[in-house]
Design a binder for this molecule. Sequence first.
Ligand SMILES: [Zn+2]
Length: 57
Amino acid sequence: MARMITCDACRKSGNGDVPGTVPLTIGPDEYDLCEPHAKKFRTHFADLFGTTKENAA
Ligand SMILES: [Zn+2]
């Protein structure tokens, strides 16, 4: 049985069917986020820490 990876942020708000395509690691914690949530978190961290090196990869 394939294990579906779902967005942790969506699941937290009651929607467990959204695929989590973007992995997020903070220290030892790992999360999976959908594209909109990933974008939201990136914007949030950019606000917190100032400029980011976006698209460095
Ligand atoms: Zn989400």
